[in-house]
Design a protein around this ligand. Structure first.
Ligand code: UGA
Length: 451
């Protein structure tokens, strides 16, 4: 059965949610406060990079509307999905001001409507929203927590083929109504109270972050004892109790979710009287992991002052243009502070406003030209062919630090590079001094974008 849905917030979560509900046959009005965003969507353009989303919006155009106007979005809607940002405050708690604005802006309603919280919020938010609605005389408005588990880059698939759908409600009828919207999707439904649904979201992200920090530490120990973390993770992950996913060591987790949600959960526990010790370590390990590349570069190049370092990939992971909490930002800042010249490339993320003092280049070869080291920061497919003769010739010193274990160490070393991944044994070859005279630095091409 087709329902009428309003979605507030046209970010990654809101737009994917709106487009996917339209795909399921519902009629959807997406509302945002940013005129440029709504203008772009009305003109058929997606304001950010998310694979598959543009096609989905196009295919369901007749069931989708975009508006700045609250009243128009809400008119006739049976459900209002709140998909607004909940960024961290200076104290690290969730800034819920955008959520409260949605509630304040709700016009008087003639028919029952269900507010559905998709934004990630601290446990207890649902209770507070419920009391506020009641205090405003909106006791006819239902409230359901239905957290999103959409990873950027695979968000459309994650919505349409979910592992589970979590519905936390105060009233059984509201729970059933929200469940009904997902008809057509094949996934177990977890029906629960509102607080538990809120906790499922925070605990899931915190657990995945914990796995990553754990495997990063295992990788760091592997480097010291001569084990290979790729085999270790495989050998661990095939144990069904452990599972293979989220055991990829790397350069630290980033993005707008894991760092923020882990901090939310830690503070929520602290504010409620419990010291969540484990999460402190997860956060600290992650911060140190982002900086380990600097140590590896120093091992090979000694001082970084005056050295040229190419950062390949800037987005916090592949298949997104999102730079929020990207390890590249910390890494670039550290390298600049060490006195290095930093050159950077990313196929979609534009970091020119975030990374001052870094030069940006249109392609990989131009980025590595004249560099003393190339660092794989984001696992973009385009970087798989990095260890070519062309790259070797263009670099002043053929050193590759692979922050994502994207390349095959044997192939890279055979191609004449010094190589270091994460948690992989170093080859005795990597320790040999350079036998060739370094090539003279090559002057910058005029097409390069300088910042
Ligand atoms: C994450 C969750 O995966 C989603 O389920 C959730 O809905 C979303 O947060 C959210 O709360 O909105 P996302 O931040 O888009 O999604 O990205 P992930 O693919 O989960 O990756 C997060 C970070 O962990 C990235 O920096 C990634 O490179 C890193 N990562 C991931 C690793 O370092 N190793 C791994 O094995 C997996």
């Amino acid at each position: 059965m087709s329902s009428r849905i309003a979605v507030f917030g046209a970010g990654y979560a809101g737009l994917v949610t709106g487009a996917c509900f339209a795909e399921l046959g519902h009629s959807v009005a997406v509302r945002d406060v940013v005129p440029e965003k709504i203008g772009a969507l009305q003109a058929g353009n997606v304001p950010f990079y998310e694979p598959g989303l543009e096609e989905l919006l196009e295919r369901n155009a007749e069931r989708l509307r975009f508006t700045l106007d609250v009243a128009k979005a809400v008119e006739g809607a049976q459900f209002l999905f709140i998909c607004v940002d909940t960024p961290p405050t200076y104290a690290g708690d969730a800034d819920l001001s955008r959520v409260w604005t949605v509630i304040e802006e709700l016009p008087p309603l003639s028919e029952r409507m269900i507010l559905v919280m998709k934004s990630t919020v601290p446990v207890g938010t649902g209770e507070k929203v419920r009391s506020t609605l009641d205090a405003r005389g909106l006791d006819g408005v239902g409230y359901v927590s239905n957290p999103e588990f959409l990873a950027e880059g695979t968000a459309v698939r994650d919505f349409l083929e979910p592992d589970r759908i979590v519905v936390g409600a105060f009233e059984e009828a509201d729970s059933a109504a929200v469940e009904g919207l997902h008809a057509g999707l094949d996934a177990p439904i977890v029906r629960t109270d509102v607080a538990s649904a809120e906790m499922i979201k925070l605990a899931s992200n915190a657990f995945l972050g914990t796995r990553i920090s754990f495997i990063n530490e295992i990788a760091n120990v592997c480097e010291l004892v001569g084990a290979d973390v790729i085999d270790v993770a495989k050998g661990m992950g095939l144990d069904k109790r452990i599972g293979t996913r989220y055991l990829r060591p790397g350069i630290g987790f980033g993005g707008s979710c894991f760092p923020k949600d882990i901090s939310f959960l830690k503070l929520l526990a602290g504010n409620s009287g419990y010291h969540f010790q484990l999460l402190n370590s997860v956060i600290e390990v992650n911060e140190l992991q982002k900086r380990r590349v600097v140590g590896k570069l120093q091992k090979h190049l000694e001082t970084l002052r005056g050295k040229t370092i190419a950062l390949l990939g800037l987005a916090f992971k592949a298949n997104t243009d999102d730079l929020r909490e990207a390890p590249s930002i910390v890494l670039a800042s550290r390298l600049l502070a060490e006195g290095a010249d930093v050159r950077a490339w990313d196929p979609v993320a534009d970091a020119s406003q975030v990374l001052k003092g870094v030069s940006f280049h249109e392609n990989i070869l131009e980025t590595v030209r004249g560099s003393d080291a190339a660092v794989i920061v984001t696992e973009w497919e385009q970087l798989r062919s990095l260890a070519s003769a062309e790259t070797r010739e263009a670099m002043r010193n053929p050193l590759i630090i692979d922050g994502r274990n994207l390349l095959d160490p044997v192939e890279v070393r055979t191609a004449g590079f010094t190589y270091e991944g994460v948690g992989r044994p170093t080859s005795p070859l990597d320790m040999l001094p350079e036998t060739e005279e370094p090539a003279p630095p090559v002057s910058e091409p005029s097409s390069a974008r300088e910042e």
